[in-house]
Design a protein around this ligand. Structure first.
Ligand code: BES
Ligand code: ZN
Ligand code: ZN
Length: 479
């Protein structure tokens, strides 16, 4: 599907349907009020109606804010795909809020078809925004064009992450993830470094190696670099890439195992971010680090009772092999900090079911030491289309991951506050000078959905990509 901005008045643009977003007030004054009332249309959020004879598609919005428009745009595209129309157009009026609309159209139009023998035939090929009003004035086209192009890049990169998350564990193995990273690097001019086998041993990545040991698909560490000449800041992004999480010997129950292909969503989000930053040409040096492994069982599997010596020398008592993500991240975080001196280091992981219990399935849990950084992230990401909430550390919870036989335990001794104790485990692998520059994002809730909500359909959501791009953009000094 093509999404375009044309310097032509709406009336001149050829398209099969015109899109209108109406709230209660604008419905009242609409020339289509009578016709719409006959269909029973009410201008509630995401209410949808096509007036075929008027070549009009109408969607209700609660207001004209970004969240309402984003969701409505997704509703339009999801519904229009069920008809035989090939093109939509929108008036220049909507360019005031072009980014969320573009996101809604691009992300709402995504569905996962890879394994369908018969692919859904989509007739909708074009969505065109008019950038000219009746007086032939194009509104500040440079700004609008940039907002439009950037939104297409970010939304497309988010869909790229979603497609990777959705790809099955037999296809998207740690090695396959590394191939995807290498291909992305080749296409977008990134540097790509991949470590496996002996190279991981030489780096003492013992925790990550232990997690992946029982799989026929061996662990890979991926390091992508985007290094523009005009970089103003340097940021490291680290992703949990469990291409499958069976739980290992602490085996998951059958029903909890289904969907665990999504345990690589942090890694896929980092790949999406690398794609976006390089295409947006942000003046920020960005490093993407991915720990890719599969948590499986065979005779060589790591065990509850094992003690692992992580890359930074910390000894970890394993009490549950299903708390594997933190073990992988421990080594990758340590590696990332040694390789690159960055201004910020963020990690993204489907780390704990507890985070979903705490915040519900739609919200990312943000954890770290710096309230200042949390504040800046919240500010920058508030209109990103993603929901983020902070979960606070405290010293009482920290005591729960003490071990009697090693430096720390990989699970807490009490069941509550599991998202926070997991983050406090990771803290042991953050160097002193990076403590206030590190932020952990638990995306276990929003990374994957089995029912459509907002701009999403069934499957991966690309959680993390849009909010991080917004934060990175906020670091760029305005001229
Ligand atoms: N990958 C899971 C977390 C998860 C659960 C993500 C549900 C998405 C949906 C993680 O590796 C895990 O199994 N965590 C355990 C930790 C526990 C053993 C302390 C959990 O959340 O149950
Ligand atoms: Zn697990
Ligand atoms: Zn996991």
């Amino acid at each position: 599907m093509n999404i375009l901005l044309k310097n032509e008045p709406l009336s001149v643009i050829t398209a099969e349907l015109t899109v209108l977003f109406l709230n209660e007030e604008t419905l009242e004054s609409s020339e289509y009020k009578e016709k719409l009332s006959k269909t029973g249309f009410k201008a509630s959020q995401d209410a949808f109606c096509i007036l075929h004879e008027s070549a009009l598609v109408v969607c209700g919005v609660e207001n004209y804010g970004s969240a309402a428009l984003r969701s409505a745009a997704a509703t339009v595209v999801k519904n229009v795909k069920g008809f035989q129309y090939s093109s939509l157009k929108l008036s220049q009026y909507y360019l005031k809020n072009v980014a969320p609309l573009v996101e809604g159209f691009v992300m709402g139009g995504y569905s996962f078809e890879m394994y369908k023998s018969v692919k859904t035939e989509v007739t909708l090929k074009e969505i065109i925004f008019s950038n000219q009003n009746f007086n032939d004035d194009a509104i500040d086209s440079a700004d609008v064009k940039k907002a439009f192009d950037d939104a297409v890049i970010t939304a497309t990169a988010t869909n790229f992450a979603r497609e990777l998350v959705n790809t099955t564990p037999q296809d998207m193995t740690p090695n396959a993830l590394a191939v995807v990273a290498q291909d992305l690097a080749d296409e977008n001019g990134l540097a790509c470094d991949i470590l496996e086998g002996e190279a991981l041993e030489e780096e003492n990545m013992n925790a990550m190696i232990a997690v992946g040991r029982a799989s026929i698909h061996k662990p890979h560490l991926i390091h992508l670099t985007y290094k523009p000449d005009n970089a103003q800041k340097c940021v490291s992004l680290v992703g949990k890439g469990l291409t499958y999480d069976s739980g290992g010997l602490s085996l998951k129950p059958a029903t909890s195992m289904v969907t665990m292909k999504m345990d690589k969503a942090g890694a896929c989000a980092v790949l999406g971010m690398m794609k976006a930053v390089s295409e947006l040409k942000l003046p920020i040096e960005v490093h993407g680090f991915i720990g890719a492994a599969e948590n499986m069982i065979d005779g060589s599997a790591y065990k509850p009772d094992d003690v692992l010596k992580a890359r930074n020398g910390t000894t970890i008592e394993v009490r549950n092999t299903d708390a594997e993500g933190r073990l992988v991240l421990a080594d990758v975080l340590s590696y990332a900090q040694d390789k690159v001196k960055s201004d910020y280091i963020f990690d993204y992981a489907t780390l704990t079911g507890a985070c979903m219990v705490a915040l519900g399935p739609y919200t990312t849990g943000m954890m770290g030491h710096s309230n200042h950084l949390k504040h800046n992230i919240m500010k920058a990401t508030s209109h990103s289309g993603e929901l983020v909430a902070s979960l606070p550390f405290n010293d009482h919870l920290k005591k729960l991951i003490k071990s009697d036989i090693a430096d720390i335990c990989n699970i807490a001794s009490k069941p509550y506050g599991g998202a926070i104790t997991a983050a406090m485990f990771l803290e042991n692998f953050i160097n002193e000078d990076m403590k206030s520059k590190w932020m952990h994002f638990d995306i276990a809730g929003p990374a994957y959905t089995e029912s459509a909500w907002d701009v999403y359909n069934h499957g991966g959501t690309g959680a993390g990509v849009r909010m991080t791009i917004k934060f990175l953009e906020s670091l760029v000094e305005k001229k």
